[in-house]
Write a protein that binds this ligand. Structure first.
Ligand code: ATP
Ligand code: MG
Length: 417
């Protein structure tokens, strides 16, 4: 894409009302725009990142048998009354013109359970794994953390239905592994830890995936021995000892919960009287798991973890483009060469943002650093004289020269992951 065609622009001043680093950088670099507290638009650059993350999540969910659906965001009152959650404080409620009550979905157990019930009659129909990537609404009081805490935000929510606890346990472990694959591909695996949280009535624990950063709103206790983290509630109960390996050497960190998985047992299937006929001819309630992850919160977490004083440093797989091509100085020959490189990269399916504007090199470099694309390629009189271009990784200080005729080969090996 040509940068001259991008309808958004970068912003020099830090937006005053934003206190979180992720919102400041994402707004300044032109990835998102704020409509009101906790509610943001994704702009072209931000939406590219969003779609990359969405696709990573989709691929990993499909790999573990997930079937994608899209459920409504507008819900009838009766389903929420059934589970006794109509009074949930974070739920937005609204009425139609005849006074009928609706709510905006903040989670979807109440919708998915009666839906799957319509199709599952026998043990032969189980297990079922269904997910969606969809808008959620929560009346969050602390919506001051940019994309980390939206009032409207997208969530991937997966629900699994099983004939028994063993089957659920097995699948639950699979989801854990899929989640770490997602965090690895998003470039935050090193900072992200499985965290024991309270599990409610159906298992000892639920599991959070917590990414360590000073911007985190949660506190975790990371066991220095087994590297499992424990959240505040659990650690108080275990008297500051790791429940996994009994070690007492724990390190306190601030962290962001990027994902959360739960065993729900038959809490919901029982309420909806959802039964199946088992192999032994008895009617039983399926047991459920639910598995959430927030792609928007992930973007926020990535920016919190991966930036410097100049701007964002995108991990390769989620970057809006792989290459930021910049021509400095303006003459016909230079422009022709830059255009050719731009076309060559596109033909090789290498995603490139081409800064074809007439701005000063200083301005162009500062904007490139702010936007944070993994590789910057600069063409100038000086590089051209040697038949070279300059290439620099966003995460490194040093640039190097590379011969023009070796460029494509080099990029194909580095960039096309
Ligand atoms: P928190 O304790 O941070 O409010 P939660 O326990 O309410 O999170 P879940 O209901 O488990 O979150 O939601 C599953 C996932 O959805 C979270 O792990 C997170 O990635 C994402 N998520 C939850 N609330 C928000 C929000 N307000 N904005 C953006 N993403 C969110
Ligand atoms: Mg919450």
């Amino acid at each position: 894409m040509r940068q001259s065609q991008l309808f958004t622009k970068t912003i020099k001043e830090t937006p005053r009302e934003e206190i979180s680093v992720n919102a400041q950088l994402l707004i300044r670099a032109g990835f998102i725009d704020k409509l009101m507290a906790g509610i943001y638009s994704y702009l072209p650059l931000g939406f590219r990142v969003f779609k990359k993350i969405e696709n990573i999540i989709r691929e990993e969910m499909n790999r573990i048998g997930g079937q994608e659906v899209l459920m409504p965001a507008l819900h009838p009152k009766n389903l929420w009354e059934k589970t006794d959650r109509w009074q949930y404080p974070e739920m937005f409620k609204l009425k139609n013109r005849e006074g009928k009550d609706y709510s905006l979905g903040w989670t979807h157990e109440e919708i998915i359970t009666p839906l799957v019930q319509k199709f599952v009659k026998s043990y032969k129909d189980l297990p079922v794994f269904v997910y969606q990537i969809q808008d959620k609404f929560r009346d969050e009081l602390r919506a001051k953390s940019g994309l980390l805490r939206g009032v409207e935000f997208i969530m991937k929510d997966l629900y699994s239905f099983h004939k028994d606890e063993n089957d659920l346990d097995e699948y639950y472990e699979k989801v854990k592994r899929a989640y770490f694959k997602i965090f690895q591909r998003c470039g935050i695996k090193k900072q992200t830890f499985l965290t024991l949280a309270s599990g409610g009535a159906f298992s000892d624990y639920s599991h959070e995936f917590q990414t360590i950063t000073p911007a985190g709103e949660d506190i975790i206790y990371l066991c220095q021995k087994c590297k499992i983290a424990i959240n505040k509630e659990i650690i108080e109960k275990t008297k500051y000892q790791c429940p996994n390996c009994k070690n007492k050497e724990l390190k306190i960190h601030k962290a962001i919960e990027v994902g959360n998985i739960f065993q729900l047992g038959d809490r919901f299937t029982r309420v909806f009287d959802f039964q199946f006929r088992d192999r032994d001819d008895k009617e039983k309630y399926p047991v459920m798991g639910c598995y959430g992850i927030g792609p928007g919160r992930l973007i926020g977490a990535i920016v919190e973890v991966s930036h410097d004083e100049k701007g964002i440093i995108w991990p390769k797989e989620v970057a809006p483009f792989q290459i930021h091509l910049i021509k400095i100085e303006n003459n016909k020959k230079l422009e022709k060469t830059a255009e050719k490189i731009y076309k060559d990269l596109q033909q090789n399916n290498i995603e490139v943002l081409y800064d074809d504007r007439d701005k000063s090199p200083g301005e162009e470099f500062a904007e490139a650093d702010l936007i944070g694309i993994p590789y910057r390629i600069v063409i100038s009189e000086r590089t051209l004289k040697n038949n070279c271009v300059e290439i620099k990784e966003r995460s490194r200080k040093k640039a190097s020269l590379i011969k023009m005729n070796r460029l494509l080969q080099f990029l194909n090996s580095k960039v096309n992951v």
